[in-house]
Design a binder for this molecule. Structure first.
Ligand SMILES: C[S@@+](CC[C@H](N)C(=O)[O-])C[C@H]1O[C@@H](n2cnc3c(N)ncnc32)[C@H](O)[C@@H]1O
Length: 286
């Protein structure tokens, strides 16, 4: 039987990596979001098309939710190309270590930091790794955040126990993650859409509403708040649904809607808004 470590590594290799290596995924993120891969934050009336500005607002919100004094050490678990880490470092005067399983993205993160100026250039560093088995000593960080990366966890309890281990007592946890509506509360078509998207986008930990905060508490953290910010990210999803409509319709007409997961997600999740939420969960290690 596979050990837990082998199982999480296998899930990453067989599901998460192939999802991010797909042409549609790479092309979409590169063309639309400069390889950063998270939703933007929109106040009412802001244009859905200002993707870069909206993502920087979301990243600044991460720093605010961490609410740590300047100089604090923070881990970004699932950092991608590091734009979140650089904004968080700059906004909060924090020292951010980014960790991701995609070596080529970590290389991009390091190059972008090498070209950056100011505090972010000095205060961000990046390592390749798996957040189920963090290569850091106990209590190494004053805070830890995830930005749409925990949904990929093959073993959410193991990942959270690692987060708990590396955050010092009194340190903070902030998670920007999606949750799904329980199957029993959805029409069959809506339920199968969200299940298919979780499967195709390798998101076994897009958990039913309320489960993430329960697991965070069971890992030993004291949950402080859970805020539903779905309305703040919806304009970007609307834009994606408009951009994805034609390619997804063409792919579906030949029975291969699954080939364009990102277009499918944009169209179907905007159409079936009852199936998901976007939450910020904040907690502290007692
Ligand atoms: C949606 S992307 C978000 C990337 C980044 N946080 C951002 O906002 O641009 C999710 C990221 O989580 C990373 N990830 C998923 N599972 C991981 C794991 N077990 N260990 C480390 N990184 C992981 C993926 O490689 C991917 O880069």
């Amino acid at each position: 039987m596979a050990t837990p470590g082998a199982r999480t590594a296998q899930h990453y290799r067989r599901s998460v990596l192939p999802y991010y290596r797909r042409f549609g995924s790479r092309w979409g993120y590169a063309m639309l979001l400069g390889r950063t891969r998270h939703f933007g934050w929109y106040e009412p009336g802001q244009s859905p098309w200002g993707f870069a500005a909206s993502m920087r607002r979301m990243e600044a919100m991460t720093a605010r939710q961490l609410a740590l004094p300047a100089g604090s050490r923070v881990l970004d678990a699932g950092c991608g190309v590091g734009d979140v880490a650089r904004t968080v470092a700059a906004e909060g005067g924090l020292r951010v270590t980014g960790l991701d399983g995609i070596a080529s993205d970590v290389a991009i993160a390091r190059r972008r930091t090498a070209r950056a100026t100011g505090h972010a250039a000095r205060a961000t560093r990046f390592v390749v790794g798996d957040y189920h088995a963090l290569p850091f000593a106990d209590g190494s960080f004053d805070g830890l955040y995830t930005m749409e990366s925990f949904v990929h966890a093959a073993d959410p309890r193991q990942a959270l126990s690692e987060f708990f281990r590396v955050v010092r007592p009194g340190g903070r946890l902030v998670m920007f993650e999606y949750s799904r509506t329980p199957s029993a509360e959805l029409a069959p078509r809506a339920d199968s859409v969200v299940s298919d998207i979780c499967e195709l986008a390798a998101m076994p930990a897009m958990l039913p509403h309320g489960h993430l905060e329960r697991l965070v508490g069971e890992a030993g953290f004291a949950v402080e708040s859970v805020t539903d910010i779905t309305a703040r990210v919806l304009p970007m999803l609307h834009a994606f649904s408009l951009l994805g409509r034609v390619p997804y319709a063409v792919a579906r007409s030949v029975g291969r809607g699954d080939l364009l997961v990102n277009a499918m997600s944009g169209v179907e999740l905007y159409r079936h808004q009852e199936t998901w939420r976007y939450n910020i969960c904040t907690a502290a290690r007692p």
